[in-house]
Write a protein that binds this ligand. Structure first.
Ligand code: ADP
Ligand code: MG
Length: 334
């Protein structure tokens, strides 16, 4: 059994993509079925995330951007039954420290909405009534304005484009992780991603990756209380369907609806791809591996952004993924 480590978290908002991730996760945690993400200047000018979720109660607003305020868990023990993306209460506080933040929010029982502005310490500096639909809209302007070094690092247009690509990849991952959420991403008035609400991951794959969807086959396996599903390209003899088209070479790993980076799962899949998929040249076709595990069996606390995780029974999970791959493509030759 793997030991569980906690790594002390530092900065949460390191790039536009980490900011978008935190806000999108908050919106989904708030029960939103529709989230609109709008960027200007690659996210460095503006990131706005608007949702139709629960909204924030007036009396809570003064706390939400304070370090370690969270409405999601009450004790460390709650982590064992965690079913929200957030739980550390760090995102909004960190965001206020690195950008100019304003929030417009209305709960369904609230008579009207309000717009609040915050200072770098996360303190409310103004409150105005606002005509707003139910839900929350968070605006972050001038990201890293007060961090000249980081700001300069991201001032090259190459890096800015790379950052936008990462935001795109993140939103794509969430179209699969949260199929029921209607998701829109736009950059400087251009719509980049638009995905309507669908019932499940199959429909999400169909809608997000229409060109390769029909090449993917679903396999399911259980080990103890872990449920694994994979959507991987089917390859007949001498067939290499997914690569012949312009496909996103992406492997999405989702653990309990959370998009994660899981190097050892990626490694296993790529090992098969590189032997079995002809002419892959380092590129590989779209694939998805989803794990449903009891919340107590996963530790998402390794890094501040929760991108990396630890799994209990990781070896068994890897073996099972390997079994699925052998069934699909034949055993790996040593
Ligand atoms: P965490 O998500 O870990 O709780 P955050 O700093 O991301 O911490 O958010 C702090 C709190 O602000 C949340 O616990 C929640 O109560 C509230 N909040 C943030 N974003 C939203 C939103 N879009 N809708 C409703 N409440 C929100
Ligand atoms: Mg959060």
């Amino acid at each position: 059994q793997d030991t569980v480590r906690l790594i002390k978290s530092t900065q949460v908002i390191t790039t536009p993509v980490s900011l978008v991730k935190e806000l999108l996760e908050n919106s989904i945690d708030a029960g939103a079925t529709s989230v609109t993400i709008r960027l200007e200047k690659y996210g460095f000018g503006l990131v706005e995330v608007r949702d139709n979720g629960s909204g924030i109660e007036e009396e809570d607003v003064k706390f939400i951007a304070k370090p370690h305020f969270t409405s999601k868990i009450e004790s460390f023990a709650d982590l064992a039954s965690l079913n929200t993306y957030g739980f550390r209460g760090e995102a909004l506080a960190s965001l206020c420290a690195v950008a100019e933040v304003s929030i417009t929010t209305k709960t369904k029982d609230g008579v009207m909405g309000h717009t609040y502005t915050f200072d770098h310490a996360g303190t409310v500096t103004s409150k105005k009534p606002a005509a707003a639909p139910n839900g929350t809209s968070i605006m972050a302007r001038n990201l890293f304005k007060n961090l000249p070094v980081r700001k300069q690092y991201y001032s090259s247009s190459k890096r800015q484009k790379e950052e936008l690509k990462k935001v795109e990849d993140l939103v794509l991952a969430f179209t699969l992780a949260a199929p029921v959420v209607h998701l829109t991403l736009s950059h400087d008035k251009l719509t980049v991603i638009q995905k309507s609400s669908v019932k499940n991951i199959q429909e999400a794959l169909m809608s997000t990756f229409p060109a390769v969807y029909k090449d993917l086959v679903l396999r399911k396996k259980n080990i103890e209380d872990i449920h694994i599903e994979t959507y991987l390209p089917c390859l007949g003899p001498n067939e290499n369907p997914s690569l012949s088209r312009t496909t996103p070479d992406r492997l999405f790993v989702l653990v309990n609806q959370r998009p994660v980076v899981h190097k050892s799962i990626e490694k296993v899949v790529k090992a098969f791809y590189s032997q079995k998929v002809q002419g892959s040249h380092g590129r590989y076709p779209l694939g998805v591996v989803t794990l449903s595990v009891p919340p107590a069996s996963v530790d998402v606390n390794l890094e501040p952004n929760k991108n990396k995780i630890l799994l209990r029974n990781e070896n068994q999970v890897l073996e099972t993924v390997q079994e699925i791959l052998s069934e699909l493509y034949g055993p790996l030759e040593q």
